[in-house]
Ligand binder design. Structure first.
Ligand SMILES: *Cc1c(COP(=O)(O)O)cnc(C)c1O
Length: 362
């Protein structure tokens, strides 16, 4: 496959080549049934096997303890921003949030539509370039939950550890770093992620939720927005996004073949390390604005001296087979998204290009 780009897209993002090839192989005729997986009932034995196996694989790979449910929902991570307060933010309670960047801000704005919100910690004054220290966080006494955004995809800052929240359920938006490293899932009441960065294509949102939290939830909210309904029906209350779930299944098997999350984490640190080294060893030619202790292994943000040079950089990368290096329109600059499926060779090629570009323009 000589024509595959060096894909640094932020989302939807690179998928493992082996996964795409397997999907291609099975596209027209899935496992001898004479049809595509997209052409059969979501109640069929063949689809149900894929559905349940995907849950089992995720439970295994992410070491999800008993007592958690895995749900496959639609509407993206953005719909979770509403479902969380709709389900968990009862009258008299407060939704606590850590404000770490653009995605946390969106979650907060959505929660404000439904109830009272408290900012438990914020890095707004640091322009979101540093994850706040949460070691001695004190939560509003009426907190229904504490919400964190484990990796801020746009700014490029990532939590390196998670706070202990006692009886208050910790909820994590892991859309852009789920399965990039091992996580102690038992610390969380709920983890959710839109699939299109690290899990598969867009169209499915994975929710991992502690069963205890699904008791006594409001029954007056729209049926499709109730975790309890999706839980009781094993995410088959209505037609699930079958093809996206099938693709997640293939990605999970690929992760397993790589050796699981310990190996994935090591690979991710090596990959991002190549690019961070090119920044750090450039003597200021490239500037990584994020505090070193909060640097993301998934979204590497950096700047050049001026926007003119940044434009030139983007143009030349595009001419050399690199895709997706422009920073998010809200922050500008440059961003390399190095999710699980981005090969080491792409990161090496980018680091080498950066060094060469500096030689020619420094
Ligand atoms: C991409 C992203 C989202 C939004 O996901 P959608 O599936 O497009 O709604 C939310 N949170 C984070 C951290 C993201 O990276």
């Amino acid at each position: 496959m000589g024509n595959r780009a060096y894909n640094f897209n932020a989302g939807p993002a690179a998928l493992p080549l082996e996964v795409l090839q397997k999907a291609q192989e099975e596209l027209v005729e899935f496992k001898g049934i004479g049809m595509s997986i997209m052409e059969i009932s979501h109640r069929s034995a063949e689809y149900e096997q894929v559905h349940n196996e995907t849950q089992q694989l995720l439970k295994q790979i992410f070491s999800i303890p008993d007592g958690y449910q895995i749900q496959f929902l639609q509407g993206g991570a953005s719909t979770q921003f509403a479902m969380i307060p709709l389900n968990f933010l009862k009258p008299g309670k407060v939704g606590s949030y850590v404000l770490t960047g653009a995605w946390a801000e969106k979650a907060i704005q959505e929660a404000k539509l439904f109830g009272e919100v408290a900012i438990a910690a914020s890095s707004q004054e640091q322009k979101f370039m540093k994850i706040p220290d949460l070691s001695d966080i004190s939560l509003h006494p009426d907190s229904a939950y504490l919400h964190v955004t484990s990796n801020e995809t746009i700014e490029g800052a990532q939590f390196q550890s998670y706070p202990d929240t006692g009886n208050v359920p910790l909820i994590g938006d892991m859309s852009s770093d789920i399965l990039s490293r091992p996580v102690d899932v038992s610390k969380f009441g709920m983890i959710y992620a839109g699939a299109q960065k690290n899990l598969g294509p867009s169209g499915v949102t994975v929710v991992i939720v502690k069963e205890d939290l699904l008791q006594d939830l409001p029954k007056t909210i729209p049926t499709m927005l109730r975790y309890e309904i999706h839980g009781k029906n094993n995410s088959l209350y209505n037609t699930p996004p079958v093809y996206s779930i099938y693709m997640v299944n293939l990605v999970l098997k690929w992760i397993q073949e790589q050796g699981g999350l310990a190996v994935i984490e090591k690979n991710n640190l090596e990959k991002s390390g190549l690019i961070y080294s090119a920044i750090d060893q450039s003597g200021g030619f490239y500037r990584g604005p994020v505090d070193k202790g909060s640097r993301s292994s998934m979204n590497i943000t950096f700047r050049l001296q001026d926007e003119e040079l940044e434009k030139k950089f983007i143009k030349e990368t595009e001419q050399n087979g690199f895709v997706g290096l422009k920073g998010h329109r809200s922050v500008g600059g440059l961003r390399a998204s190095t999710y699980n499926a981005v090969p080491y060779a792409s990161c090496k090629a980018l680091a080498d290009f950066m060094t060469d570009f500096q030689k020619r323009n420094g």
